[in-house]
Design a protein around this ligand. Sequence first.
Ligand SMILES: [Zn+2]
Length: 141
Amino acid sequence: MTASYNPWRDARDRYPDYLINFKRELPPGMRGCIKGKTIYVCRTLTQEARRFTLVHEVCHLDTGILHTGDPRVELMIDRMAARRLITPDEFVDALAWSRRSNHECADELGVDGYALKVWVQSLNKDERRYITSRLRRRGEP
Ligand SMILES: [Zn+2]
């Protein structure tokens, strides 16, 4: 795993008054939530999904948008979270390393397939161009 961003450290450093609880099983469909000063991350998730969920919850705190059932807002928060976990350079390295297998690429980045998909969708034109040019420079098609 090459990922440089550490959500546990970030949460602890910037929200020291919050507890992170990942020992509870949350209701079906709920990956994480914030109640009072506790960030819950469902214990049945994979390590990669737990990482992503914690960043997602931290992004809720950062934006001040806490309780929402709006799928558009949740997607926006998901994209924000994915962008913290993956940089274009890390993506290029992981993609080259994994020989373009989505699963291995996500693994290498320490995220799940969903986070990788959301991240790719969040890229703007300049970022796509940058990634393409870096891949070409490495001799990737
Ligand atoms: Zn959310």
